[in-house]
Design a protein. Structure first.
Length: 215
């Protein structure tokens, strides 16, 4: 188990390793396994990349981000420009249904509407994330599956056992209709996200509450 100083060093190295991040602009502090990031970056995409880099580090229990997005003058766009560009990119993305809507306020993008699958909701956000001028993304898309949730628990448990990235022995699955709760413990944030991804991939799942601890 790493102490806080070792974890801080690992996070700093991971930030330097991540090509989308200017690591020198980001400060790192760690207390009790919780990583806090601060500083200023020039795009939401870089902020997102820094947060995900910290989450990848083993023994990071949680990441609190105080990173601020300060757009350079060359990246500033009107809300109308951002909205039009976002809508164009979403329209051209085969994975995103036309039920997804876009609202932009002062550079903050809110995604609304519905999708049938979690991956479509995630793909909509992934499509908008790197666009110039975006300061923040709030994904409020609702999942409304057409497929009923049948044998969801067993399907998720089988998926966890098949996944080489997760240790299914330490994860339990609880289901009520389309709602899933994951419990247990894993070795890293990345393993926890793999378990969550496996749960979302089951037909008919509408919500996933991830209570897995990192130890």
């Amino acid at each position: 188990m790493k102490n806080d100083e070792q974890l801080k060093s690992d996070v700093e190295q991971e930030l330097r390793w991540e090509p989308s991040v200017s690591a020198e602009k980001i400060g790192v502090s760690v207390k009790g396994g919780v990583v806090e990031l601060d500083g200023h970056v020039e795009s939401y995409y870089e902020k997102w990349g820094a947060e995900r880099a910290a989450m990848r580090v083993a023994n990071a229990k949680a990441v609190a981000s105080e990173i601020k997005v300060e757009l350079p003058s060359s990246s500033t766009r009107t809300d109308e420009d951002i909205a039009r560009t976002a809508l164009d990119h979403l329209t051209w993305n085969y994975s995103v249904p036309n039920t997804v809507k876009v609202l932009v306020t002062d550079g903050a993008v809110t995604l609304k509407g519905t999708t049938e699958w979690q991956y479509q909701k995630e793909e909509a956000e992934r499509t908008v994330r790197p666009l110039m001028g975006v300061k923040w993304i709030d994904n409020e898309i609702t999942i409304t599956p057409k497929v009923s949730a049948v044998d969801v628990k067993s399907q998720i448990e089988c998926a966890l056992k098949r996944n080489a990235e997760t240790d299914a022995r330490h994860i339990t699955v609880e289901t009520t209709e389309g709602s899933v709760i994951l419990r247990g413990h894993v070795r890293s944030w990345a393993e926890r996200k793999e378990a969550e991804h496996a749960a979302w991939a089951a037909p008919g799942v509408t919500t996933v509450e991830d209570l897995i601890a990192i130890s």
